[in-house]
Design a binder for this molecule. Structure first.
Ligand code: MEV
Length: 308
């Protein structure tokens, strides 16, 4: 018997980092990329095959400690002692702010429940995935995993009930991978440090990021792409101020804006990873994507907001 689990990536539209400090964030599932996990019961010792590690699960502590714990906890939850093999196939570039680590976790848990033919609720999935996310990121807000589990546009605020947003927007998001690894854990720690070293300025930026997320909710509800783009670009400036952008990302944002993007910003943990830009038509979206590739982006995707 075989168990299969699939899951998409995610894009944070607004509110990354600020969400860690209790501000609202808006994120979307990113269906252009994803992960497939295949689980089987085997006779020999449990093993795993993935981009990051291939070998015995027992020896995976250094390379994939979060996934190792996740598999152990999931099997414990399912009350299973079987030896298993897991194959994880991904086209989400890792460490680029597109939710690769949360998506791996979601697909692994889904595949194990599918293998043993046990129904899986979102609550249980969320609890199990948090085991791995906590090891990967230390105190994550839960935004990444929630977006990937829900597969809907979410308005996420720590400690508040999750809300779903209806994006009936005829716009295009251009996602560009800088090719540089982002380090979410370090970026989050950097903001924490800036909060201590320069509390007034950092807190002001975090507050502004929260306000911009709230403004973006109205933009989405009213389908106002011009206003949403402007709020995105303003958010990028505050993300620069709290120390999570870098020259590569700033240059890609500038390039997108020069090519008539309605707005652009980094997405996810920053200090590497991806940017997103907004356009209201496919011709501009293609021009923007080409210009970003010309400036060194390693990959671009054009995501029609109506696809979600
Ligand atoms: C990472 O994708 C998003 C951050 O806001 C961290 C988090 O929410 O835990 C940077």
């Amino acid at each position: 018997m075989v168990g299969i689990g699939t899951s998409p990536g995610k894009i944070i539209l607004m509110g990354e980092h600020a969400v860690v400090y209790g501000k609202p964030a808006i994120a979307l599932p990113f269906f252009s990329v994803g992960i497939k996990s295949t689980a089987k019961v085997i006779q020999e010792e449990s093993k795993i095959e993935s981009q990051c590690y291939t070998g015995l699960l027992r020896l995976a502590d250094n390379e994939i400690p979060g996934i190792k714990r996740l598999v152990e906890e999931t099997l414990k939850y399912l009350n299973k002692n079987e030896e298993i093999s897991l194959k994880i196939e991904s086209n989400i570039p890792p460490q680029r702010g597109l939710g690769s680590s949360a998506s791996v976790s979601v697909s692994v848990v889904k595949s194990l429940f599918d293998l043993f033919d046990v129904a899986l609720t979102k609550e249980v999935l969320s609890k199990l995935v948090f085991v791995a996310e906590n090891i990967h990121h230390h105190n994550p807000s839960g935004l990444d995993a929630t977006t990937i589990i829900e597969e809907q546009v979410v308005l996420f605020e720590k400690g508040k009930e999750l809300q779903y947003l209806n994006t009936n927007m005829n716009g295009y998001l251009i996602v560009a991978d800088s090719g540089e690894f982002g380090h979410t854990k370090e970026s989050v720690a950097n903001v924490q440090k800036n909060m201590k070293v320069n509390p007034l300025k950092t807190k002001e930026s975090i507050d502004q990021l929260g306000i911009l997320s709230t403004n973006a909710i109205n933009d989405i509800e009213e389908g106002d792409l011009v206003s949403l783009g402007s709020h995105m670009t303003q958010a990028h400036k505050h993300l620069q101020d709290i120390g999570v952008s870098n020259n590569t990302l700033d240059n890609l944002v500038k390039t997108a804006l020069q090519k008539e993007a309605l707005g652009a910003k980094l997405t996810g943990g920053g200090n590497g990873g991806c940017i997103i830009a907004l356009s209201d038509n496919m011709v501009d979206a293609k021009n923007i994507a080409d210009a970003l590739l010309g400036e060194g982006a390693k990959h671009t995707w054009i995501y029609h907001l109506k696809e979600i």
